[in-house]
Ligand binder design. Structure first.
Ligand code: NAP
Length: 263
């Protein structure tokens, strides 16, 4: 890849995580901006790059990642309206629920990518979906996200569903890990040991699903001996509506995501 100026406007949890992944790509100059400059400065200490204003980033960057909250997007872009920009500039929005049609209205005549990352991007273990105006995969985007984890092109009508699972999902998984660890502590394990056991159990089980391609129900059967302790736990989860609780959480998150885009 030729040396490129890559701008980031909005360096909170998600914008910062994506910037950390992109900073590892060769031949990229990072241009960083955040409303509160202390945050941008702290990130610059870790990953390098230049601190600039939003307007300077729009003028100088070939690619601009927008990491502000969905409801902050329209006022940010209104402020930047009329700004001279490089002819080939690509804008990448990570705002949940904001669709390409709305982005195009705010940013006419520009190649736009809508992405949905998740916070494990920060450690190269993210799950990112993205979609584009021309409906084609973007080699440029995939090159920039090569250190971010898995990246999958997704039709736009499925982006909100992907957001509810992969964007919001880490929070639900952390709740599950915390609950596993609480049970461990209740039964005498130290907090640290209980967290280590819980996190590695979730990580290993997730890898079994990805690598073996077996249906999770089959993998569960393989752990569940007749009359044993695991089936006792499985039945208790069923009694408390475990799977229904998860499906409901995703559907609530999906409904809220669709609302975010309408602000
Ligand atoms: N968090 C996630 O897991 C996740 C997952 C997928 C997608 N997203 C999307 O990522 C975006 C950011 O979410 P977040 O959780 O990272 O929120 P966040 O931590 O609040 O980050 C937003 C950042 O944008 C900055 N900002 C706001 N207005 C600005 C402006 N006009 N110019 C420059 N910087 C500005 C804020 O600065 P100050 O702090 O100084 O106000 C803040 O650092 C959202 O659109 C969200 O939908 C988040």
């Amino acid at each position: 890849m030729m040396s490129m100026n890559i701008g980031f406007i909005g360096l909170g949890n998600m914008g910062g995580a994506v910037a950390k992944a992109v900073s590892q790509v060769d031949d990229t100059n990072l241009l960083l901006s955040n409303y509160n400059p202390t945050k941008a400065h702290a990130l610059q200490q870790q990953i390098g790059g230049q601190l600039l204003s939003n307007k300077e980033i729009m003028t100088q960057a070939q690619v601009v990642f927008l990491g502000v909250k969905p409801h902050q997007l329209s006022s940010l872009l209104a402020d930047l309206k009329g700004q001279a920009t490089p002819a080939d500039q690509t804008i990448i929005s990570m705002a949940a629920g904001v669709n390409l049609a709305d982005l195009t209205e705010m940013l006419p005549n520009k190649p736009i990518i809508r992405m949905m990352p998740n916070t494990p991007v920060e450690i190269g273990q993210g799950m990112t979906t993205y979609t584009t105006l021309d409906g084609q995969a973007s080699p440029l985007f995939e090159d920039l996200m090569v250190y971010a984890g898995q990246v999958t092109f997704t039709p736009e009508n499925l982006m909100d569903a992907a957001t509810a699972i992969a964007g919001c999902g880490p929070a639900f998984v952390y709740q599950f890990i915390e609950a596993l660890a609480d049970a461990g502590v209740q039964n005498g394990l130290s907090r640290q040991v209980a967290l280590d056991l819980a996190a590695q159990t979730v990580a290993g089980s997730a890898q079994m699903v990805s690598q073996t391609k077996k249906h999770p129900a089959q993998l569960r059967d393989e752990v569940t001996s007749p009359g044993g302790s695991t089936i006792a736990g499985v039945v208790a989860l069923e009694k408390h509506g475990f799977r229904y609780a998860i499906i409901s959480a995703i559907n609530k998150a999906l409904k809220k995501t669709k609302k975010l885009g309408k602000n």
